[in-house]
Design a binder for this molecule. Structure first.
Ligand code: ADP
Ligand code: ADP
Length: 228
């Protein structure tokens, strides 16, 4: 079953200089549990695509389906991570991680929320940092915490828009491995937006290359890597 089904999506922004066509007739299918990496030059419409999948915008033409339902409004079952994670400085790391649970699972007990968050923080190598403030952590560590926050409520889909873009090469490659570990432990379906081809191949089961203006699918790679 395709968890994400993007059918013939075409979109243009209306600007004061007229319409700016951004996406041209995109078709993207992501089976349940798969990791889809979308690569393309900056400005080609990758962020626009994430907004459409999250239901934050509607396409001019075409449809976005998630889990057999047409997306027409923002989804709680989508987790998002960005290049510069927004963390609430007055809350500890663990209190930032449990935020989505406070919104989508108000009836969950405090103990359960903390146990879930603590488990994820441990998995990404942040054992012992739960009670720090966001500014006490390095950029890489904050990004690890933001990945925990993005999946703490077990969303159907994790959407990541250049999550490792602001990190140095060593930290970035560490995080690639962390991402693989998380996936082995938590079966989620993911869309990763990146302009790093190596990253897309390391993490993606499927790599979709967008290019052109408006952006269209240039090619699709099926990645088959040995299990690690
Ligand atoms: P990418 O994520 O690949 O860098 P975006 O989806 O952010 O690309 O943007 C694609 C194009 O659409 C860019 O030319 C950008 O300037 C333009 N754009 C993005 N958002 C808007 C908006 N809200 N209004 C008008 N133009 C926009
Ligand atoms: P990352 O590779 O995740 O960006 P750094 O390279 O900045 O992290 O940090 C390397 C190590 O330094 C971390 O794994 C951690 O053990 C330690 N460290 C970083 N920030 C703190 C902190 N605020 N308190 C304690 N130890 C820290």
């Amino acid at each position: 079953e395709n968890l994400i089904d993007i059918r013939g999506v075409t979109h243009a922004y209306k600007t004061k200089h007229g319409a700016l066509p951004v996406l041209d007739n995109l078709d993207i299918q992501v089976p349940q549990g798969e990791f889809c990496a979308v690569v393309g030059p900056s400005g080609c419409g990758k962020s626009t695509l994430t907004r459409l999948v999250a239901g934050l915008m509607k396409p001019d033409q075409g449809e976005v389906w998630l889990h057999g339902e047409k997306v027409t409004s923002p989804r709680k079952t989508v987790g998002m991570a960005f290049q510069n994670p927004v963390m609430l400085e007055w809350r500890s790391i663990i209190d930032n991680v449990i935020l989505p649970l406070e919104i989508v699972a108000p009836s969950m007990s405090k103990a359960e929320k903390y146990a879930r968050a603590e488990h994820l923080l441990e998995m990404v190598g942040l054992k012992g940092f739960s009670n720090k403030r966001p500014s006490e952590l390095s950029g890489g560590m904050r990004q690890r915490a933001s990945l925990c926050r993005a999946i703490v409520h077990k969303p159907d889909v994790l959407i990541m828009d250049e999550p490792f873009g602001a990190l140095d090469n060593f930290t970035r490659e560490d995080l690639w491995q962390t991402m693989r570990d998380l996936r082995a432990a938590e079966p989620f379906t993911a869309v990763l937006i990146t302009h790093d081809l190596r990253e897309s191949v390391f993490l993606g089961d499927q790599v979709i290359v967008l290019s052109g203006r408006p952006a269209h699918t240039q090619y699709v790679l099926d990645v088959d890597l040995p299990a690690d």
